[in-house]
Write a protein that binds this ligand. Sequence first.
Ligand code: CUA
Length: 198
Amino acid sequence: MDKNHDSDQRSPLAAELRELRDLPARLHVDPLEKRWIYVALAMVGTFVAAILYTGLVKHVHPPGAMETIDSARLHLSEEFAEDRLGVATLPDGSIRVTLVAARYGFYPREIRIPAGQPVTFRVASADVLHGIHVPMTNMATMVVPGYVSTLTTTFPKPGEYPMLCNEYCGMGHDHMWSKVTVVSRESWQSGTTQTTGR
Ligand code: CUA
């Protein structure tokens, strides 16, 4: 004790630090205020835990790889030329959908894909900013001209879904949509030869 006291006198910094340390005990915090501080801390803790859980356990990450493309020359590109668009089953069995978003539609206008199996979409815009969204599913991304948007998702239920544009892109924005038919795995396997593009 004595030693501390001596050192305080010698160093003003130590005295200040000590004062700072004792501050919370001297502060008057109303019980109601204190309760709300705990509520706020619990909320911050919940949000941090949710971010860590989705990032580390569920692997939900913001898109990392940026892929650029010349939107004005899509028709000449290796991947987005007109005859390359559509649904393709790759050699490893995975399914890839290549789409071009352009005023006012997603091309091809109709696609057929299986349920319960991951499908990777690769989308590029031929003109302006579009958004691609299949309601009632988590298939949604922006399609920014000059970039390739890639997204992998699984459609749980067979059915017919509209594929809508959800970024205002001009007078025809309201009418910019295409049709997605999700078929059961069985009918996909029996009919797959007619529908593969590449
Ligand atoms: Cu395309 Cu709105």
